[in-house]
Design a protein around this ligand. Structure first.
Ligand code: GTP
Ligand code: MG
Length: 201
């Protein structure tokens, strides 16, 4: 994909503040610090467009980006980080769910997992929940650069096992550091947004 333009649009916590629903959207979800913002920057080849950090829980609102004026990218706040204050954590579930359930232009949810870890209960719940709402979804196993070959095979086997209850679920490996997996991920994104037509909304 040639990136002609990539721009931050706005941050919002509630539907009334989202940008108008005009572009097909792809949302990026996953636990805190898994690498959602880094993945978006790698795909868009814009370092620092989506804010990244070593401090988990940094993305606290839903961030909307516009790519080539044709696709919306949505960086969701991460879940599962215990040190986020209770009050903020309680707002996150409903904030993310409202977006994922109701956004009419949402075409694909990329669920990001750390390839080195077992999927958490929250990861599995999210995937369950997305299938319940019949959202098209794709699993991306990121930070693959942190594994050597032997570890890779073993981890992929373990994760496949953990995701067995979702037969047919597509998974890709990715690294924001080396760029591995960027092309296959772009292909999936392009496929998912291809059929979009605002007319049917
Ligand atoms: P929150 O917004 O807090 O939920 O985090 P996030 O999921 O957006 O994670 P972020 O992109 O900020 O990355 C968290 C940390 O992981 C940063 O230190 C990144 O540099 C690092 N990181 C992300 N992706 C990769 C990757 O593919 N490889 C390696 N080696 N490090 C990565
Ligand atoms: Mg982030």
């Amino acid at each position: 994909m040639r990136i002609l333009s990539a721009a931050f649009v706005l941050s919002a916590k509630e539907p009334a503040h989202y940008p108008p629903a005009l572009l097909p959207e792809v949302a990026f979800a996953g636990r805190s610090n898994v690498g959602k913002s880094s993945l978006i920057n790698a795909l868009l080849m814009r370092r620092g467009l989506a804010r990244t950090s070593n401090t988990p829980g940094r993305t606290q609102e839903i961030n909307f980006f516009s790519v080539n004026d044709r696709i919306g990218f949505v960086d969701l706040p991460g879940y599962g980080y215990a040190k986020v204050p209770e009050k903020i954590r309680r707002q996150w579930g409903p904030m993310i769910e409202a977006y994922l359930r109701d956004r009419r232009t949402l075409q694909l949810v990329v669920v990001i997992l750390d390839v080195r870890r077992e999927p958490s209960e929250e990861d599995l719940q999210l995937i369950d929940w997305l299938s319940f709402y019949r959202r098209r979804c794709l699993i991306v196993l990121t930070k693959i650069d942190k594994l050597n070959r032997g570890e890779r095979a073993e981890r992929l086997r373990r994760i496949e096992e953990a995701l067995r209850r979702f037969p047919g679920m597509e998974t890709l490996v990715f690294s924001a550091k080396t760029g591995e997996g960027k092309d296959p991920l772009w292909r999936e994104i392009t496929k998912a947004v291809a059929d979009f037509s605002a007319d049917g909304l």
